[in-house]
Design a protein around this ligand. Structure first.
Ligand code: MN
Length: 135
């Protein structure tokens, strides 16, 4: 692989995500805002190593497309999964979950949120270090 390819991000870094809903440094670039035709929000999300979002659900479901680095994904009641560049995760409406970077790697995914007329996200509690490290 040509290593230099990995050094150039596809999308701008965007805005820093709120510490109310994320642990660590996370950057979100909104790519497609909601409208009355598609009812969909698409964003690019960059997690620094160790960073993750809080537990949450999506009323309309969510699709994550991993584009760089190594991340973690966990559904409530299931083990933490390692997510690699090229993986696609389909999250049904209402499923409690979190996603973020692994401890030693940045992680970037595209987040596709359909059916946003039902709501985009409902935030829950923070992911504890014990939960994060239980892998
Ligand atoms: Mn999510």
């Amino acid at each position: 692989m040509n290593n230099s390819e990995n050094l150039i991000p596809i999308f701008p870094k965007g805005e820093k995500a709120s510490a109310d809903y994320f642990v660590g440094n996370v950057w979100i670039k909104n790519l497609i805002p909601a409208d009355e035709t598609f009812h969909m929000v698409i964003g690019n999300v960059v997690f620094e190593p160790g960073a993750r979002n809080n537990w949450h659900t999506h009323p309309g479901g969510q699709i994550l497309i991993a584009t760089d680095g190594t991340g973690y994904y966990q559904q409530r009641g299931s083990p933490v999964q390692i997510v690699r560049k090229g993986d696609v995760i389909i999250i049904s409406p209402g499923i409690e979950h979190w996603h973020g970077a692994s401890p030693n790697s940045k992680f970037t995914h595209i987040a596709v949120n359909p059916n946003v007329q039902n709501g985009i996200v409902d935030w829950l509690q923070k992911v504890t270090d014990e939960e994060y490290n239980n892998i």
